[in-house]
Structures are given as C-alpha cells and as structure tokens.
Design a protein around this ligand. Structure first.
Ligand code: SAH
Length: 243
C-alpha cells in the first residue's frame, strides 16, 4: 500500500508551490502528469522516475498513477493550479475504488482564479462564480445557463478556458449572455500566463472584452455591479465602512 498524492502546483514555477505540495513532491518516487507540468517542476525534484501522458489522456493518467501506487510506489500526480478545480482530483477519487492498494491524498494548490485575481487587484472581494467555457465535457447549453444565473445573481465571474482553436467565439457568446443583465461599461480584466514567463494583463470594459481575442492560457474576470477601478486595480468591495 503506497501513497498517491494528487498535487496542485499553482499557476507557474516552484515559487507558486505551497509548502505542503513541495513536501509531497519531495516524498514522491514517481512524478506523474501532463508533460509540460511535470517538466516545470522536475528540475527541482531530481532523481524521480517521470511518467508523462499527453493532453486529453486524463483517465489514462489517473489509472497509471493509481496502478503505480497500488504496486507500492509513492507517486505524485501533478496538475496546474489546484488539482480539484478542472483537474485530476475528482477522476482519481472516482477510479480509486478499483485500486484499494493506493492511499489517495489531495494536496491543494493556488488556482488560477486566485493567482490571477491577485495580479489584477481584488476582483473576487465579494461572492463570485467560477465557470469554464470548455464544452468538451459540459454541454454548451448548461454553460449558458450557468453564465445567465451568475449574471442574474450579480456575482463577479471568473472564466476558465475562455477560448481554444475550435471555439473561437465562445468568449463573445459568454459576454452577450452577461450583457443581457449587466452594462457594457462593467469592469473586466484578464491575465495571461500567470506566474510564468510572459505574464500580461489588461483591465477593460465588458463591451471591450466581447471583442477581445484570448487564448487558453488566459483567465478572465467579469466584475459585479459594485466592481470598480481604483488606481489601475480591479476591486470588488465587500462593503466595509472605510471612513
Ligand atoms: N486546475 C487549474 C485549471 C485547469 S483548466 C487551476 O486550478 O488553475 C485550464 C484553464 O485554467 C486555462 O484555460 C486558464 O483559463 C486557467 N489557467 C490555468 N493556469 C493558468 C495560468 N498560469 N495563467 C492563466 N490562466 C491559467
């Protein structure tokens, strides 16, 4: 019986790792995951066996990690950000019953909503929703409904997977849904390559966001009605009396 750590690496290099994640990686004999993420941290944890799987082979990746742990190896399965947010933690736990020899432990990481929010200021200072625009596993009409309800509830909205090559107009469609409930001047922002080389960000209005061409390395923030710009930062006040 051996440990399988499902580890969120945070948004970028090892500077974004939590202490708990670093300790789990240090204990691991095998580093498992999508090639790019394993390569990001492998130099800091040398001498481990590396097992990589390509993108979109998530189930195979989880099974491989569970098999190795069942065979007695201490394994870290790594994900970007937090492993529980659009990551491997849920499928590992769904499959784990088939591998009673593996002891699964989930190690949290700093998800892109949090690391990106810190770059922009404090856009998530009050209630917020996180919605992925990827329709690979979620039907688009469900995504539309969630966007519409989040807009109706006046939540700040954080969008993951805002675009891909096949889904060029999804961000535009998402903005149109929010625009039914919120004005075009609503403050928004995006952050690209958070915690990585080439990090960039922009504050803009919802009307401008609708015209923006973004890629999958970007996280988007749509303000609530109370969100405003303060000295170049995006801030959603919680309502403290400051006077
Ligand atoms: N488990 C990850 C999310 C995986 S979904 C997490 O908790 O952060 C992939 C999406 O996350 C991307 O399309 C993007 O919207 C966001 N994302 C993840 N890492 C990012 C980074 N370093 N910079 C910007 N966006 C990022």
């Amino acid at each position: 019986m051996a440990e399988l750590y499902v580890v969120g690496l945070g948004p970028g290099d090892t500077a974004c790792l939590t202490g708990e994640a670093a300790a789990a990686l240090a204990r691991a004999e095998v580093l498992c995951g999508y090639g790019v993420y394993v390569e990001l941290i492998a130099p800091q944890f040398p001498g481990r066996e590396i097992v990589t799987t390509p993108m979109k082979h998530e189930v195979e990746r989880c099974r491989r990690a569970l098999e190795l742990a069942s065979a007695g190896r201490t394994v870290a399965l790594v994900c970007s950000g937090d492993a529980g947010i659009y990551g491997m933690a849920a499928p590992v736990l769904e499959l784990a019953e088939e591998y009673p020899g593996a002891q699964v432990q989930i190690i949290p990481g700093v998800t892109a909503a949090l690391s990106g929010a810190a770059v922009l200021g404090a856009p998530l200072g009050h209630d917020f929703c996180v919605i992925s625009l990827s329709d690979l596993l979620t039907p688009w009409d469900v995504i539309e409904k969630r966007l519409s309800c989040a807009a109706e509830g006046d939540f700040a909205i954080c969008l993951y997977n805002p675009a891909s090559k096949k889904r060029g107009d999804y961000l535009q469609r998402a903005c149109d849904i929010v625009l039914r409930r919120r004005g075009g001047e609503t403050l928004c922002g995006w952050v690209r390559n958070i915690g990585r080389a080439g990090q960039e960000h922009r504050l803009l209005t919802l009307a401008e966001l609708r015209e923006e061409k973004l890629d999958m390395f970007t996280t988007v923030f749509i303000g609530a009605s109370a969100t405003r710009e303060i000295a170049g930062r995006m801030v959603t006040p919680r309502g403290y009396r400051l006077a």
